[in-house]
Write a protein that binds this ligand. Sequence first.
Ligand code: ASP
Length: 321
Amino acid sequence: MPAAHSKPGGSAIRDVVLAVHGGAGSVPRGSISDERELAYHEGLTAALRAGQRVLDGGGSSLDVVEAAVRELEDHPNFNAGRGAAFNADAGHELDASIMNGRDLSAGAVAGVRHVRNPISLARLVMERSDHVLLAGDGAEAFALRHGVPYSTQDYFFTQRRWDALLAAKKPEAPRSRGGGTVGAVAVDRSGDMAAATSTGGMTNMLAGRIGDSPVIGAGTYADNRTVAVSCTGTGEVFLRGVAAYDIAALMAYTGAPVDHAAGTVILEKIPGLGALGGAIALDPDGALSTPHSSEGLVNGYLTRDGKIVTRVYDDETPAAG
Ligand code: ASP
């Protein structure tokens, strides 16, 4: 590794075939109940196992990231699908995107309100339309035309997110509001890479607000030649910093290894633009980088030999790791 590329970002984890994240945020040890800690580990493990089953069955990396993200969307603990945040109108608007690193095809949906698994709708957009990104009513109509079951908004109700909305509405509440997102990156036996991201956005966001998660290049990017990336953090800043593509571009144009590229963007550039967050970034050889400027990044990974590791607390995911 050239000396110029040795920092920042710490060193990558090796031999990873699938990684998932459950959002950037601070989870100091002892600050959450044992029950919730367990729920995080269970959710991450279930997502990794879902992906592992697909990989073992010979599925593609695209199938793997979709399966893993669906699992996280179904889990009430994460801000995506079932556990989505409330917007300022006390409703839910969900965003998701998926990208195939083999041919750079991609699909995304934004502001969907009645779809339990936006990641699968994003994949349908990729495979069954001529478009990359569908939003709002058009995305809902597309879902119905393709037989995606309609779900009423109460499906997305969780007490925790409701309490977070009420707290955010208090006049003395800080301006920055809780977010969270889920994502997955994978490489399969053919060396094909994929990335997927899904979110309920930010608590108390204006109706119609769209963050980075459904925007290819900002929240999600995958290219077999360099990296698969899924980001989490204040979407406005990840959009302005074109974060996911910037990691890929650094690798493509300078030959930087994944840990250096992801570290540069997530630990230097994005904080320089005024926000904290994190990313999971996997290179074609299975090197995983999980940098975050937020105190923690809930994440986990599966290695080639079947080992599963899940990390919830900020001291398990040092910022440079
Ligand atoms: N990036 C997400 C958004 O802005 C939120 C998050 O990851 O915390 O919608």
